[in-house]
Unconditional design. Structure first.
Lengths: 402, 113
Protein backbone atom coordinates (compact mmCIF):
# COMPACT_ATOMS: atom_id res chain seq x y z
CA UNK A 1 0.00 0.00 0.00
CA UNK A 2 1.34 3.41 -0.92
CA UNK A 3 0.99 6.10 1.72
CA UNK A 4 -0.13 9.35 0.19
CA UNK A 5 -0.14 12.98 1.18
CA UNK A 6 -3.85 12.87 1.68
CA UNK A 7 -3.37 10.49 4.61
CA UNK A 8 -6.43 8.44 3.71
CA UNK A 9 -6.07 5.99 6.56
CA UNK A 10 -4.35 5.40 9.83
CA UNK A 11 -0.65 4.58 9.85
CA UNK A 12 -1.67 1.76 12.16
CA UNK A 13 -3.48 0.18 9.23
CA UNK A 14 -0.45 0.51 6.98
CA UNK A 15 1.94 -0.80 9.64
CA UNK A 16 -0.14 -3.27 11.67
CA UNK A 17 3.00 -5.03 12.92
CA UNK A 18 3.70 -2.02 15.13
CA UNK A 19 0.51 -2.58 17.11
CA UNK A 20 -1.54 0.07 18.84
CA UNK A 21 -1.07 -0.77 22.49
CA UNK A 22 0.47 1.62 25.03
CA UNK A 23 4.25 1.46 25.61
CA UNK A 24 5.73 0.90 29.10
CA UNK A 25 7.39 4.03 30.47
CA UNK A 26 10.00 2.20 32.53
CA UNK A 27 12.06 1.82 29.38
CA UNK A 28 13.08 5.42 30.04
CA UNK A 29 14.13 5.02 33.67
CA UNK A 30 14.89 1.34 34.32
CA UNK A 31 18.65 0.83 34.87
CA UNK A 32 18.38 -2.77 33.60
CA UNK A 33 16.80 -1.59 30.37
CA UNK A 34 19.46 1.05 29.90
CA UNK A 35 22.21 -1.53 30.40
CA UNK A 36 20.64 -3.65 27.66
CA UNK A 37 20.37 -0.70 25.28
CA UNK A 38 24.03 0.01 25.88
CA UNK A 39 25.19 -3.55 25.18
CA UNK A 40 22.68 -4.76 22.63
CA UNK A 41 21.84 -1.61 20.69
CA UNK A 42 24.58 1.02 20.83
CA UNK A 43 27.48 -1.42 20.70
CA UNK A 44 26.02 -3.28 17.72
CA UNK A 45 24.90 -0.67 15.22
CA UNK A 46 26.39 1.94 12.94
CA UNK A 47 26.52 5.33 14.67
CA UNK A 48 27.17 8.67 13.00
CA UNK A 49 30.21 10.40 14.48
CA UNK A 50 30.99 13.20 12.05
CA UNK A 51 31.05 14.72 8.59
CA UNK A 52 33.92 14.44 6.15
CA UNK A 53 34.18 18.25 6.00
CA UNK A 54 35.38 18.21 9.61
CA UNK A 55 38.57 16.41 8.57
CA UNK A 56 38.95 17.44 4.93
CA UNK A 57 42.70 16.95 4.39
CA UNK A 58 45.14 14.07 4.92
CA UNK A 59 46.46 14.12 8.54
CA UNK A 60 43.28 15.83 9.84
CA UNK A 61 41.71 14.05 12.76
CA UNK A 62 39.10 14.50 15.43
CA UNK A 63 38.44 12.72 18.66
CA UNK A 64 34.95 11.76 19.71
CA UNK A 65 33.97 10.55 23.13
CA UNK A 66 31.35 7.80 23.04
CA UNK A 67 30.19 7.57 26.63
CA UNK A 68 27.59 4.92 25.97
CA UNK A 69 30.43 2.53 25.12
CA UNK A 70 32.87 3.97 27.68
CA UNK A 71 35.27 4.84 24.93
CA UNK A 72 36.85 7.64 23.01
CA UNK A 73 37.53 7.38 19.30
CA UNK A 74 40.09 8.87 16.95
CA UNK A 75 38.82 9.52 13.43
CA UNK A 76 41.64 10.32 11.08
CA UNK A 77 42.16 10.90 7.38
CA UNK A 78 45.28 9.09 6.23
CA UNK A 79 47.86 9.91 3.55
CA UNK A 80 45.71 7.97 1.14
CA UNK A 81 42.69 10.15 1.87
CA UNK A 82 40.82 7.34 3.59
CA UNK A 83 39.13 7.92 6.93
CA UNK A 84 39.90 5.38 9.65
CA UNK A 85 38.69 5.01 13.21
CA UNK A 86 40.57 3.79 16.28
CA UNK A 87 39.88 3.42 19.94
CA UNK A 88 41.80 6.16 21.68
CA UNK A 89 43.61 3.77 24.04
CA UNK A 90 47.35 3.12 24.25
CA UNK A 91 48.55 -0.49 23.91
CA UNK A 92 51.13 0.01 26.64
CA UNK A 93 49.13 0.61 29.80
CA UNK A 94 45.80 1.74 28.47
CA UNK A 95 46.19 5.48 28.73
CA UNK A 96 44.15 7.77 26.52
CA UNK A 97 46.42 8.66 23.60
CA UNK A 98 44.89 11.88 22.25
CA UNK A 99 43.51 14.19 24.91
CA UNK A 100 41.20 17.13 24.58
CA UNK A 101 38.13 15.07 23.75
CA UNK A 102 35.76 17.28 25.63
CA UNK A 103 32.11 16.43 25.55
CA UNK A 104 31.24 17.75 22.15
CA UNK A 105 33.52 16.00 19.69
CA UNK A 106 32.56 18.54 17.08
CA UNK A 107 35.22 20.88 18.32
CA UNK A 108 38.10 18.52 18.86
CA UNK A 109 39.85 18.72 15.54
CA UNK A 110 43.54 18.86 14.82
CA UNK A 111 46.19 17.79 12.34
CA UNK A 112 49.27 15.66 12.77
CA UNK A 113 51.37 12.83 11.41
CA UNK A 114 51.46 10.67 14.50
CA UNK A 115 49.63 10.05 17.75
CA UNK A 116 52.01 10.08 20.68
CA UNK A 117 50.86 8.89 24.08
CA UNK A 118 51.78 11.44 26.76
CA UNK A 119 52.33 8.76 29.36
CA UNK A 120 55.49 7.04 28.03
CA UNK A 121 55.75 8.28 24.48
CA UNK A 122 54.47 5.34 22.48
CA UNK A 123 53.77 6.63 18.97
CA UNK A 124 51.29 5.44 16.37
CA UNK A 125 51.05 6.51 12.75
CA UNK A 126 47.80 7.58 11.09
CA UNK A 127 47.07 3.97 10.15
CA UNK A 128 47.18 3.09 13.83
CA UNK A 129 50.47 1.18 13.56
CA UNK A 130 52.80 1.28 16.53
CA UNK A 131 55.89 2.98 15.10
CA UNK A 132 57.94 4.02 18.11
CA UNK A 133 58.46 2.68 21.61
CA UNK A 134 60.98 4.47 23.84
CA UNK A 135 63.37 2.00 25.53
CA UNK A 136 62.10 -0.71 23.21
CA UNK A 137 65.06 -2.90 24.10
CA UNK A 138 63.76 -3.28 27.66
CA UNK A 139 60.47 -4.88 26.60
CA UNK A 140 60.03 -8.65 26.36
CA UNK A 141 59.18 -9.95 22.89
CA UNK A 142 56.96 -6.96 22.22
CA UNK A 143 55.08 -7.61 18.99
CA UNK A 144 54.62 -4.17 17.45
CA UNK A 145 52.33 -5.45 14.75
CA UNK A 146 49.89 -6.81 17.30
CA UNK A 147 50.00 -3.65 19.40
CA UNK A 148 48.72 -0.93 17.13
CA UNK A 149 45.69 1.15 18.06
CA UNK A 150 42.55 -0.99 18.16
CA UNK A 151 40.62 -0.22 14.98
CA UNK A 152 36.89 0.45 14.98
CA UNK A 153 34.77 -0.30 11.91
CA UNK A 154 34.49 3.03 10.08
CA UNK A 155 32.77 3.94 6.85
CA UNK A 156 31.16 6.93 5.17
CA UNK A 157 27.87 7.50 3.42
CA UNK A 158 27.20 10.76 1.58
CA UNK A 159 29.90 12.47 3.61
CA UNK A 160 28.59 11.23 6.98
CA UNK A 161 31.18 9.30 8.99
CA UNK A 162 29.79 6.27 10.82
CA UNK A 163 31.45 3.81 13.17
CA UNK A 164 30.34 0.44 14.50
CA UNK A 165 31.64 -0.65 17.90
CA UNK A 166 30.92 -4.30 17.19
CA UNK A 167 34.35 -5.87 16.49
CA UNK A 168 32.63 -7.91 13.78
CA UNK A 169 29.65 -5.93 12.43
CA UNK A 170 26.91 -8.13 11.00
CA UNK A 171 26.25 -5.64 8.17
CA UNK A 172 28.19 -3.03 6.23
CA UNK A 173 27.05 0.58 6.52
CA UNK A 174 25.28 0.68 3.16
CA UNK A 175 23.30 -2.46 3.92
CA UNK A 176 22.51 -1.14 7.37
CA UNK A 177 21.09 2.13 6.01
CA UNK A 178 19.20 0.25 3.30
CA UNK A 179 16.12 2.02 1.96
CA UNK A 180 16.58 4.96 4.32
CA UNK A 181 19.91 5.70 2.67
CA UNK A 182 18.40 5.27 -0.78
CA UNK A 183 15.63 7.73 0.05
CA UNK A 184 18.18 10.48 0.70
CA UNK A 185 20.50 9.57 -2.15
CA UNK A 186 21.00 12.57 -4.44
CA UNK A 187 20.52 15.26 -1.80
CA UNK A 188 23.51 17.64 -2.13
CA UNK A 189 24.78 17.29 1.44
CA UNK A 190 28.29 18.21 0.27
CA UNK A 191 27.12 21.68 -0.80
CA UNK A 192 25.76 22.59 2.62
CA UNK A 193 28.95 23.61 4.33
CA UNK A 194 27.84 26.68 6.24
CA UNK A 195 27.31 25.01 9.61
CA UNK A 196 25.56 26.14 12.78
CA UNK A 197 26.08 23.65 15.59
CA UNK A 198 24.57 23.52 19.06
CA UNK A 199 24.93 21.06 21.88
CA UNK A 200 23.80 20.68 25.45
CA UNK A 201 23.41 18.03 28.12
CA UNK A 202 19.75 17.30 28.72
CA UNK A 203 18.82 15.75 32.03
CA UNK A 204 16.60 13.11 30.52
CA UNK A 205 16.77 9.68 28.94
CA UNK A 206 17.95 9.75 25.33
CA UNK A 207 14.60 8.47 24.07
CA UNK A 208 12.65 11.28 25.74
CA UNK A 209 14.75 13.71 23.71
CA UNK A 210 14.57 11.67 20.50
CA UNK A 211 10.80 11.22 20.79
CA UNK A 212 10.14 14.94 21.19
CA UNK A 213 11.72 15.52 17.76
CA UNK A 214 10.01 12.56 16.10
CA UNK A 215 6.37 13.63 15.83
CA UNK A 216 4.40 16.65 14.65
CA UNK A 217 1.60 16.38 17.23
CA UNK A 218 3.41 18.83 19.54
CA UNK A 219 3.74 21.72 17.12
CA UNK A 220 0.49 23.53 17.90
CA UNK A 221 1.38 23.73 21.59
CA UNK A 222 5.17 23.63 21.92
CA UNK A 223 5.76 25.89 18.91
CA UNK A 224 2.87 28.31 19.53
CA UNK A 225 5.56 30.95 20.13
CA UNK A 226 7.91 30.56 17.16
CA UNK A 227 5.64 28.98 14.55
CA UNK A 228 2.09 30.06 15.46
CA UNK A 229 -0.45 28.25 13.30
CA UNK A 230 2.20 27.35 10.75
CA UNK A 231 2.89 23.66 10.84
CA UNK A 232 0.48 20.87 10.09
CA UNK A 233 0.17 18.76 13.24
CA UNK A 234 0.22 15.52 11.25
CA UNK A 235 3.19 13.54 10.03
CA UNK A 236 2.86 12.52 6.39
CA UNK A 237 4.59 10.23 3.92
CA UNK A 238 5.64 7.82 6.65
CA UNK A 239 7.80 4.92 5.51
CA UNK A 240 9.59 2.20 7.45
CA UNK A 241 12.99 0.97 6.30
CA UNK A 242 13.99 -1.89 8.58
CA UNK A 243 15.10 -0.25 11.85
CA UNK A 244 14.91 3.24 10.29
CA UNK A 245 11.94 5.35 9.24
CA UNK A 246 11.00 8.56 7.50
CA UNK A 247 8.15 11.01 7.67
CA UNK A 248 7.48 14.50 6.37
CA UNK A 249 6.26 17.74 7.94
CA UNK A 250 4.00 20.20 6.17
CA UNK A 251 2.97 23.78 6.76
CA UNK A 252 0.30 26.24 5.91
CA UNK A 253 1.31 29.76 4.92
CA UNK A 254 1.97 31.70 8.13
CA UNK A 255 -1.32 33.43 8.95
CA UNK A 256 0.18 36.72 10.09
CA UNK A 257 3.92 37.06 9.60
CA UNK A 258 5.65 40.17 10.93
CA UNK A 259 7.40 42.49 8.46
CA UNK A 260 10.89 41.10 9.08
CA UNK A 261 9.63 37.52 8.82
CA UNK A 262 7.86 38.40 5.58
CA UNK A 263 10.90 39.99 3.99
CA UNK A 264 13.08 37.13 5.13
CA UNK A 265 10.76 34.62 3.45
CA UNK A 266 10.80 36.63 0.27
CA UNK A 267 14.60 36.80 0.16
CA UNK A 268 15.06 33.22 1.23
CA UNK A 269 16.71 30.72 -0.98
CA UNK A 270 17.05 28.31 1.88
CA UNK A 271 15.12 28.58 5.07
CA UNK A 272 13.24 26.18 7.24
CA UNK A 273 10.28 28.53 7.04
CA UNK A 274 10.35 29.13 3.32
CA UNK A 275 11.61 26.76 0.66
CA UNK A 276 13.20 28.57 -2.21
CA UNK A 277 14.94 28.53 -5.51
CA UNK A 278 17.98 26.46 -4.58
CA UNK A 279 15.93 23.36 -5.17
CA UNK A 280 17.76 20.31 -4.04
CA UNK A 281 15.39 17.52 -3.17
CA UNK A 282 15.74 14.07 -4.69
CA UNK A 283 12.62 12.64 -6.33
CA UNK A 284 12.13 10.27 -3.40
CA UNK A 285 11.51 13.16 -0.99
CA UNK A 286 8.12 14.87 -1.21
CA UNK A 287 7.51 12.81 -4.37
CA UNK A 288 4.29 14.63 -5.19
CA UNK A 289 6.06 18.02 -4.90
CA UNK A 290 3.38 19.25 -2.54
CA UNK A 291 4.02 23.02 -2.16
CA UNK A 292 3.23 22.88 1.56
CA UNK A 293 6.09 20.45 2.21
CA UNK A 294 8.60 21.76 4.78
CA UNK A 295 11.02 18.98 5.65
CA UNK A 296 11.49 15.25 5.48
CA UNK A 297 12.87 13.51 8.52
CA UNK A 298 14.74 10.22 8.40
CA UNK A 299 15.45 8.54 11.69
CA UNK A 300 18.63 6.50 11.41
CA UNK A 301 18.35 3.95 14.19
CA UNK A 302 19.04 4.37 17.01
CA UNK A 303 19.98 8.00 17.72
CA UNK A 304 20.30 10.15 14.59
CA UNK A 305 17.77 12.27 12.71
CA UNK A 306 18.49 13.74 9.28
CA UNK A 307 15.99 16.38 8.20
CA UNK A 308 16.23 17.53 4.62
CA UNK A 309 14.46 20.60 3.32
CA UNK A 310 14.65 22.53 0.11
CA UNK A 311 18.15 24.03 0.11
CA UNK A 312 19.24 23.10 3.64
CA UNK A 313 19.32 20.22 6.06
CA UNK A 314 19.58 19.78 9.79
CA UNK A 315 20.35 16.91 12.10
CA UNK A 316 19.78 15.87 15.69
CA UNK A 317 21.76 13.29 17.58
CA UNK A 318 21.10 11.93 21.05
CA UNK A 319 24.04 10.35 22.90
CA UNK A 320 23.22 8.63 26.16
CA UNK A 321 25.67 9.71 28.88
CA UNK A 322 23.77 7.85 31.57
CA UNK A 323 20.21 6.67 32.02
CA UNK A 324 18.95 10.21 32.56
CA UNK A 325 21.59 12.36 30.88
CA UNK A 326 21.81 12.88 27.13
CA UNK A 327 24.23 14.81 24.98
CA UNK A 328 22.13 16.44 22.27
CA UNK A 329 23.81 17.79 19.16
CA UNK A 330 21.66 19.88 16.84
CA UNK A 331 23.27 21.07 13.63
CA UNK A 332 21.95 23.21 10.78
CA UNK A 333 23.66 23.00 7.40
CA UNK A 334 23.20 25.66 4.70
CA UNK A 335 24.89 26.55 1.44
CA UNK A 336 27.08 29.62 1.78
CA UNK A 337 25.08 32.78 1.18
CA UNK A 338 25.95 34.59 -2.05
CA UNK A 339 24.42 37.97 -1.27
CA UNK A 340 23.60 40.10 1.74
CA UNK A 341 19.91 39.34 1.19
CA UNK A 342 20.57 35.62 1.37
CA UNK A 343 22.79 36.12 4.37
CA UNK A 344 20.10 38.05 6.23
CA UNK A 345 17.43 35.56 5.36
CA UNK A 346 19.63 32.65 6.41
CA UNK A 347 20.31 34.30 9.75
CA UNK A 348 16.62 34.91 10.39
CA UNK A 349 15.64 31.33 9.50
CA UNK A 350 18.53 29.89 11.48
CA UNK A 351 17.78 31.96 14.57
CA UNK A 352 14.09 31.10 14.40
CA UNK A 353 14.89 27.41 14.20
CA UNK A 354 17.26 27.69 17.16
CA UNK A 355 14.36 29.26 19.03
CA UNK A 356 12.10 26.39 18.02
CA UNK A 357 14.73 23.93 19.34
CA UNK A 358 14.70 25.81 22.64
CA UNK A 359 10.96 25.18 22.69
CA UNK A 360 11.46 21.49 21.88
CA UNK A 361 14.10 20.92 24.54
CA UNK A 362 11.99 22.86 27.05
CA UNK A 363 9.74 19.90 27.82
CA UNK A 364 12.27 17.11 28.18
CA UNK A 365 13.70 17.45 31.67
CA UNK A 366 10.26 17.97 33.17
CA UNK A 367 9.09 14.82 31.40
CA UNK A 368 11.96 12.81 32.86
CA UNK A 369 11.31 13.99 36.42
CA UNK A 370 7.58 13.36 36.16
CA UNK A 371 8.07 9.93 34.59
CA UNK A 372 10.60 8.87 37.19
CA UNK A 373 7.87 9.19 39.79
CA UNK A 374 6.63 5.90 38.38
CA UNK A 375 3.04 7.12 38.58
CA UNK A 376 2.40 6.63 34.88
CA UNK A 377 3.11 3.11 33.71
CA UNK A 378 2.54 3.63 30.00
CA UNK A 379 2.87 6.11 27.15
CA UNK A 380 -0.37 6.47 25.17
CA UNK A 381 0.83 7.01 21.62
CA UNK A 382 -1.60 8.26 18.98
CA UNK A 383 -1.45 7.28 15.33
CA UNK A 384 0.78 10.25 14.43
CA UNK A 385 3.35 9.07 16.96
CA UNK A 386 4.01 6.07 14.76
CA UNK A 387 7.75 6.75 14.43
CA UNK A 388 8.15 6.68 18.22
CA UNK A 389 6.26 3.41 18.35
CA UNK A 390 8.54 2.02 15.65
CA UNK A 391 11.73 2.98 17.52
CA UNK A 392 10.55 1.36 20.75
CA UNK A 393 9.71 -1.80 18.86
CA UNK A 394 13.09 -1.95 17.13
CA UNK A 395 14.92 -1.47 20.43
CA UNK A 396 12.91 -4.38 21.85
CA UNK A 397 13.92 -6.50 18.87
CA UNK A 398 17.60 -5.70 19.33
CA UNK A 399 17.43 -6.44 23.04
CA UNK A 400 15.73 -9.80 22.54
CA UNK A 401 18.15 -10.89 19.80
CA UNK A 402 20.50 -13.63 20.79
CA UNK B 1 35.47 52.85 17.23
CA UNK B 2 34.44 54.02 13.79
CA UNK B 3 30.67 54.13 13.71
CA UNK B 4 30.14 55.75 10.36
CA UNK B 5 27.60 54.41 7.90
CA UNK B 6 26.93 55.28 4.28
CA UNK B 7 25.30 58.71 4.09
CA UNK B 8 21.85 57.40 3.16
CA UNK B 9 21.77 55.36 6.36
CA UNK B 10 23.53 57.80 8.67
CA UNK B 11 20.46 58.13 10.93
CA UNK B 12 21.20 54.56 12.06
CA UNK B 13 24.70 55.37 13.30
CA UNK B 14 23.38 55.74 16.85
CA UNK B 15 22.80 51.96 16.89
CA UNK B 16 26.26 50.90 15.78
CA UNK B 17 27.89 50.70 19.23
CA UNK B 18 25.17 48.53 20.62
CA UNK B 19 24.12 46.38 17.68
CA UNK B 20 26.83 46.14 14.97
CA UNK B 21 28.26 42.90 16.34
CA UNK B 22 30.22 40.48 14.14
CA UNK B 23 29.62 37.24 16.09
CA UNK B 24 26.28 35.58 16.64
CA UNK B 25 27.06 34.90 20.31
CA UNK B 26 27.52 38.66 20.84
CA UNK B 27 24.22 39.38 19.15
CA UNK B 28 22.51 36.78 21.34
CA UNK B 29 23.95 38.26 24.52
CA UNK B 30 22.97 41.75 23.45
CA UNK B 31 19.41 40.59 22.93
CA UNK B 32 19.31 39.24 26.48
CA UNK B 33 20.99 42.31 27.98
CA UNK B 34 18.72 44.92 26.43
CA UNK B 35 15.31 46.11 27.54
CA UNK B 36 12.17 45.55 25.45
CA UNK B 37 12.15 49.30 24.78
CA UNK B 38 15.75 49.28 23.47
CA UNK B 39 14.98 46.35 21.18
CA UNK B 40 11.80 47.91 19.93
CA UNK B 41 13.51 51.24 19.31
CA UNK B 42 16.17 49.47 17.23
CA UNK B 43 13.56 47.40 15.41
CA UNK B 44 11.35 50.37 14.60
CA UNK B 45 14.30 52.33 13.21
CA UNK B 46 15.92 49.61 11.10
CA UNK B 47 12.95 47.56 9.92
CA UNK B 48 11.54 50.23 7.55
CA UNK B 49 15.01 50.59 5.97
CA UNK B 50 15.76 46.88 5.73
CA UNK B 51 14.97 46.46 2.05
CA UNK B 52 16.99 49.54 1.12
CA UNK B 53 19.91 48.34 3.24
CA UNK B 54 19.91 44.93 1.62
CA UNK B 55 19.68 46.46 -1.85
CA UNK B 56 22.68 48.68 -1.04
CA UNK B 57 24.70 45.81 0.46
CA UNK B 58 23.99 43.58 -2.51
CA UNK B 59 26.39 45.74 -4.53
CA UNK B 60 29.31 44.18 -2.66
CA UNK B 61 30.59 40.63 -2.61
CA UNK B 62 29.92 39.18 0.85
CA UNK B 63 33.57 38.38 1.47
CA UNK B 64 34.93 41.78 0.42
CA UNK B 65 32.77 44.44 1.99
CA UNK B 66 34.16 47.85 2.92
CA UNK B 67 34.01 48.49 6.69
CA UNK B 68 30.91 50.65 6.59
CA UNK B 69 29.04 47.98 4.62
CA UNK B 70 30.19 45.36 7.08
CA UNK B 71 28.86 47.42 9.97
CA UNK B 72 25.54 47.70 8.22
CA UNK B 73 25.44 43.93 7.63
CA UNK B 74 26.16 43.28 11.30
CA UNK B 75 23.38 45.69 12.19
CA UNK B 76 20.76 43.81 10.18
CA UNK B 77 22.00 40.44 11.47
CA UNK B 78 21.16 41.81 14.93
CA UNK B 79 17.75 42.70 13.55
CA UNK B 80 17.32 39.05 12.52
CA UNK B 81 18.31 38.06 16.07
CA UNK B 82 15.78 40.29 17.82
CA UNK B 83 12.91 40.37 15.28
CA UNK B 84 11.19 37.30 16.80
CA UNK B 85 11.14 38.99 20.23
CA UNK B 86 9.16 41.85 18.72
CA UNK B 87 7.09 40.04 16.12
CA UNK B 88 6.41 36.78 17.96
CA UNK B 89 7.23 36.89 21.68
CA UNK B 90 5.48 40.13 22.76
CA UNK B 91 8.71 41.78 23.78
CA UNK B 92 10.13 38.90 25.83
CA UNK B 93 13.92 38.74 25.38
CA UNK B 94 13.88 34.96 25.44
CA UNK B 95 11.58 32.40 23.89
CA UNK B 96 8.51 31.88 26.10
CA UNK B 97 8.12 28.36 27.55
CA UNK B 98 11.57 27.23 26.54
CA UNK B 99 14.83 25.66 27.65
CA UNK B 100 17.43 27.86 29.35
CA UNK B 101 19.21 29.19 26.29
CA UNK B 102 22.46 29.85 28.16
CA UNK B 103 22.77 26.04 28.35
CA UNK B 104 22.71 25.78 24.53
CA UNK B 105 26.36 25.90 23.49
CA UNK B 106 26.79 27.33 19.99
CA UNK B 107 30.00 25.90 18.55
CA UNK B 108 29.79 28.44 15.73
CA UNK B 109 28.92 31.30 18.11
CA UNK B 110 32.23 33.18 17.96
CA UNK B 111 32.59 32.97 14.18
CA UNK B 112 32.95 36.49 12.75
CA UNK B 113 30.45 37.43 10.08
Amino acid sequence: MKPSNGKPSLWAELYPELGTEPIPTDRCFSPEYFAQERERVFKRVWLKVGRVEEIPEPHDYKVKRVEVANTSLILVRGDDGQIRGFHNVCSHRGNKVVWGDDLCGLRNRARGRAFVCHFHGWAYNLRGELVSVPQAELFFNLDRRANGLTPVATDTWNGFIFINLDPDPRQGLKDYLGGAGERLEGFPFEQMTRVYEYYTVLNCNWKIALDAFSEAYHVATVHAGSFPGVFDAAVKQVRMYGPHHSGAAFQKPAPNPGPVAKLSYRLATSSIAKPGSRSSLPASVNPERDPEFVFDQTGIFPNYLIDVSDGLYFTHQFWPLSIDKTLWEGIQYFPHARTAGERFSQEYGQVLQRNAWLEDTGTMEATQIALSSGVKKVFNFQDGEVMLRHSYKVIEEFISRT
Amino acid sequence: MDTSLPREFSELERFIDQWALPAQSERESRRRQTTPREREDFYEAVMPRLEAIIAWLDHFPLDAMPPEAQRLLHLILSLAEIAPTVELYRGSATVPYSFDETRFIAVHGDRQD
